[in-house]
Design a protein around this ligand. Structure first.
Ligand code: GLU
Length: 304
């Protein structure tokens, strides 16, 4: 497959969409990011790397970091994790309170905010230094020792975190958070604030594309069966209440974040990361989604 011409062609075709969509503004620091960036990087399991645009500029992972949190929580807790959260698509906004209330404090899946707050609670309980251990893991899986939190973004999010605080309180009320709510929120915002470039993110997702091999990075170990299950959750729950549309248009497991990033995998072949800050009305990067739709269309490769 000539991925180079495919990536070049995608980059050329999405230029027409520049200016469409809106940046996330509910986190003030994200609203300050230059919305014109477009980055793309595809990395194959046999070591080829194809990139275009701002593929080396770091951006805020936001909900993409929930994939790394899940790898850690699943590795530590195994299937008992599923007593505290489900694995069904939510069909609701990622920060919805209504569904959580109706379902008695059990989040639908690990990738909505409620699920990620429960995972933050799990990680804090299992690790003496959760921040350091989270960073050590993401540095290891991305092969990049300089990956870090952006404390300014985390503080900025904390300053406006009315909904996430309400979600954490509801979880606590239902007994689904053991620890201190403030501590859980603090760690959650730091996890979301991790920054990577498309080049680094494609590396960090490559082990999920290599799904027939066990996963082992800095003590975070998953069997190939657990990697397969993580990919299944990315497929069904990775794109807010647009997971069906993403499956329909793209057909790859992946995860998006309100920083405008999307990471996806084609099992057995490649990991791909794309970033463009302007989002569609469901919170997914508008140019990111189009890029991945073009990728699976031009290559005629997807999991379907
Ligand atoms: N930190 C963001 C929040 O909690 C993450 C949202 C996202 O990327 O989906 O609202």
């Amino acid at each position: 497959m000539d991925y180079k011409s495919v990536i070049d062609s995608i980059f050329a075709q999405v230029q027409d969409l520049r200016g469409k969509g809106t940046q996330a503004t509910y986190i003030p620091a994200l609203a300050a990011v230059n919305p014109e960036h477009i980055g793309l990087c595809l990395r194959t399991l046999d070591g080829q790397v194809y990139q275009a645009g701002d593929a080396q500029v770091r951006f805020s992972l936001q909900s993409i970091s929930k994939v790394f949190a899940l790898a850690m929580a699943f590795s530590m807790q195994g299937d008992s994790l599923w007593t505290r959260m489900g694995k069904e698509p939510s069909g609701a906004a990622f920060n919805s309170l209504i569904q959580l209330e109706l379902e008695n404090g059990i989040p639908r899946n690990p990738f909505i905010n409620a699920g990620a707050l429960v995972m933050a609670d799990v990680l804090i309980k299992h690790m003496p230094q959760p921040e350091n251990q989270f960073l050590d893991f993401v540095r290891s899986v991305s092969h990049c020792p300089t990956i870090n939190f952006n404390y300014g973004v985390a503080l900025s999010e904390r300053s406006q975190a009315y909904l996430n605080t309400a979600i954490a309180n509801l979880l606590k009320y239902h007994g689904n958070i053991d620890g201190d709510i403030e501590r859980v929120l603090q760690f959650y915002f730091l996890m979301c604030s991790v920054e990577m470039s498309c080049e680094e993110l494609s590396q960090a997702f490559l082990p999920f594309a290599d799904h027939t091999r066990p996963f082992d990075y800095n003590g975070v170990r998953l069997t190939s069966s657990q990697v397969k299950r993580m990919n299944a959750i990315m497929q069904t729950c990775g794109f807010y209440d647009e997971a069906g549309e993403f499956s329909f248009l793209v057909g790859l497991p992946g995860k998006s974040g309100v920083g405008g990033g999307i990471a996806a995998i084609y099992p057995g072949q490649y990991a791909v990361a794309v970033w463009s800050p302007r989002l569609n009305n469901k919170g997914n990067s508008l140019i990111g989604m189009k890029s991945l739709e073009l990728l699976t269309t031009l290559t005629a490769q997807s999991i379907f």
